[in-house]
Design a protein around this ligand. Sequence first.
Ligand code: KG4
Ligand code: ZN
Length: 360
Amino acid sequence: MKILGIETSCYETAAAVVEDGVKVLSNVIASQIPLHHITGGVVPEVAAREHVVKIMHVIGQALLDAGMTADEMDAIAFTQGPGLLSSLVIGISAANTLAIAAGKPVIPTNHIAGHIYANWLDEKKNDPVRFPLVVLTVSGGHNELVYMKSHARFRLIGETLDDAAGEAFDKVARLLGLGYPGGPQISRAAERGNAKRFSLPKAHISAESYDFSFSGLKTSVLNLVKEEHAREGKLSEEFVADCSAGFQEAVCEVLSDKLLKAANEFRSVEVHLAGGVSANLRLRQMVEEKIKLGYFFDFRGKKVNLKNRPRLRYAANISYCTDNAAMIASAAFFHQKHNRKAYAVPGKALADPNLRMYLS
Ligand code: KG4
Ligand code: ZN
């Protein structure tokens, strides 16, 4: 089954053709990053205008790369939400218009479910994803821990109480005078830094909680930056590198500990990282290390042994971590396979954009 996916929830205009949820036939992403670099963040009106300019070219290119026409698609999937409303509406309109013209059904798809299904793209026959699993989706707008017993059955077990991890990376990068998006900039600066120079808080919230909070950590960095400015009048390269390394380490510690705590409780055979922040190499490495060592840390900093050693999985290609349309086409495929109600008549796709609509 071939699905054309369309994604415009934030600042990437993307379209892709995916067969049976795993085989990527094309994956086109027109990034607006240089545009938003100027303002140090996304201005919704600017993003929406750029989607208008690019959307039809991107869809055309995705079909061309796949060597197919819209008539050969079995369905058209699009990101229904969550995301920036003025950006979403461009993809929703384009998908519905194309579906009406080509006489195809549409599959409204949840953006976070899309990030989760990025880990199925290019899945190998001899290494299939196995359930039950726990997935940590960490991006600029979202930060969720989700338990999956089987396909398209999501149980939300934790989420952020304030900033998402990616948002914290972006805000801290701005404090340190680094560019946008902050994640890749911070991890680059951190390579030269000493993560132990500053003692930064790791918010575990409570013994039971799977929720996250990064605002305290962000405030700690802000205070360090103010002190350094008062003392030196500027931020040295060494200061920026050490702060970046310390911040990255604190975020990754909390994310990896909560993911493995959930894996223990839900007896997961796999743990997944998804979303823009899953491109972070230190996060991947830290989870891998803890699985290899066989323990993680609880909220008091005490070691907890892993009951089993889950397999760590993240996207096969780094371009599947950040926003793309292949992940939307994949989520749509599995969604319709396990829930016939997933289909909608073009123009009448009014599904709830909240991930909760998928909860089992
Ligand atoms: O999933 P995504 O493309 O968009 C949203 O759905 O929000 O995620 C973008 C976020 C940005 O906040 C960016 O700073 C973060 O992902 N990000 C990273 C890295 N690459 C992107 N964060 C940490 N390390 C990275 N290497
Ligand atoms: Zn995203």
